[in-house]
Design a binder for this molecule. Structure first.
Ligand code: URA
Length: 432
């Protein structure tokens, strides 16, 4: 087979065969296909798209290009969640604990943050001693015993994706639905879960800016998951403003524990309960999402969800005092208020710019090698649609520098106050 013929077929809108996709993925991994031919095929896929069968076939071949976990020794239906990434998105932390408290095993393989979005692993590392890199055997033992673990990838997962993602980044082919969907699902299927709930973000701070694009991505992800034999569904949730009230690593751990204590912000708690309800139904502990939601609410009221979080912290070497004393995590020196410049209704609180502001404070990475400052971040005192008066504190900036002109300038651009603005919906659609 010749790569030029595979490119020619896709360029002319044909459906690639299983053999052609296998030839492509093998050649990506063994280095026999040069970057310029991989890139040409990516561009052809970008313009011509892929059928649902092609997407699933590409996903499975990418998944088989690396290691995959066998979780069959853990009894029960294993359930995981994936988010396409957002700002203030600490959902995985309370969600894993609440679902685990219903008796469902939650083996979560998470990632690190880059650019304006945070990463679950970085947030957990704000807890002194918490280890996110543990062996596969320890991961399996912990999920079997404690019902949850949140870790980084234990082996080399989907190396074909790593190579392809690097080329997509420099050939402007990142935002192609078949390429995003096969990239995400190859890694998720390799993680060995039986069921998956996907939180597809939509809006200014998300990969997908419009509801139509988000719906198309959600359908592609769920379609691949189901064809691969997973129970799978997606929720499309809003990412025009940050989720919850806190952005930054220590701050997001605080807010996650607050959710487990029943005093989390309304939007975050609602999204956790919505995603969790479907996980509990897929995990076989409830017949309907409504029944599942009640079960999850009980795990907050009776303290079992908080207990699961604490068990995970202890099992992964973290300091359990964090549950009652947030100051065991790094704390910022300065708390700087950012005030409203006029009376009105908050009409813009751009998630991506607030995320970038937190990154500039040191809470996120501009490059993968950057060190993080866990203590910094931003606390929101108002959300979109709130009425505010000139001089009200809109945000508190947690910083280790007294003067932060670049951050304040960025916040000036990310915030608008108008005469009227309706509060946005948090959950736009459910795709089953
Ligand atoms: N996340 C991934 O893992 N891959 C993509 O292509 C986009 C988001």
């Amino acid at each position: 087979m010749r790569m030029v013929d595979v490119i020619d077929a896709k360029r002319n809108g044909k459906t690639l065969t299983d053999d052609q996709l296998q030839f492509f993925v093998d050649g990506v991994v063994d280095g026999s296909i040069p970057d310029y031919q991989i890139s040409a095929l990516l561009m052809a896929i970008y313009f011509q798209g892929m059928t649902s069968e092609e997407q699933t076939s590409l996903t499975m071949k990418m998944m088989h290009s690396g290691e995959h976990l066998d979780l069959s020794k853990i009894p029960g239906i294993k359930v995981d969640k994936h988010s396409t990434g957002g700002v203030g998105d600490k959902v995985s932390l309370p969600l894993a604990a609440m679902v685990a408290a219903t008796g469902i095993p939650v083996p979560m393989i998470s990632g690190r943050g880059l650019g304006h979005t945070g990463g679950t692993l970085d947030k957990l590392e704000a807890i002194p001693g918490f280890k996110v890199e543990i062996s596969e055997q320890d991961f399996i033992n912990q999920v079997a015993k404690e019902k949850l673990a949140i870790v980084g990838a234990t082996g080399e997962v989907a190396p074909a994706d790593k190579k392809i993602y690097g080329l997509r980044d420099v050939t402007d082919t990142v935002d192609s639905i078949p390429l995003i969907a096969s990239s995400i699902m190859s890694k998720k299927i390799a993680s060995g879960t039986d069921a998956l709930v996907i939180d597809v973000k939509t809006g200014a701070g998300a990969f997908m800016k419009t509801l139509d694009q988000s719906r198309a991505l959600a359908n592609a992800l769920v379609g691949i998951g189901k064809k691969a034999g997973l129970q799978c569904m997606a929720v499309i949730s809003d990412m025009n403003q940050p989720l919850g009230n806190k952005v930054g690593n220590s701050l997001e751990i605080e807010e996650s524990i607050d959710v487990l204590k029943g005093k989390g912000p309304h939007d975050l708690t609602d999204l956790v309960l919505t995603l969790g309800s479907y996980m509990v139904v897929m995990g076989g502990k409830a017949k309907t999402p409504e029944e599942a939601r009640q079960l999850l609410e009980q795990t907050i009221a009776n303290g079992t969800a908080l207990d699961r979080f604490k068990a995970m912290v202890i099992a992964q070497g973290g300091d359990p005092r964090v549950i009652d004393d947030y100051t065991v995590m790094p704390q910022a020196k300065y708390h700087i208020p950012y005030r409203a410049k006029r009376d009105g209704v908050l009409s813009k609180l751009s998630a991506d710019e607030v995320g970038t502001a937190s990154m500039l404070l040191g809470g996120g990475r501009q490059q993968a090698s950057d060190q993080l400052d866990y203590s910094v971040g931003i606390e929101l005192h108002h959300k979109l649609g709130d009425e505010v008066k000139a001089g009200d504190t809109l945000l508190t900036i947690y910083s280790n520098q007294e003067e932060i002109p670049a951050v304040e300038k960025l916040l000036d651009e990310s915030i608008e106050i108008s005469d009227h603005y309706d509060k946005p919906e948090l959950i736009h659609e459910i795709i089953e």
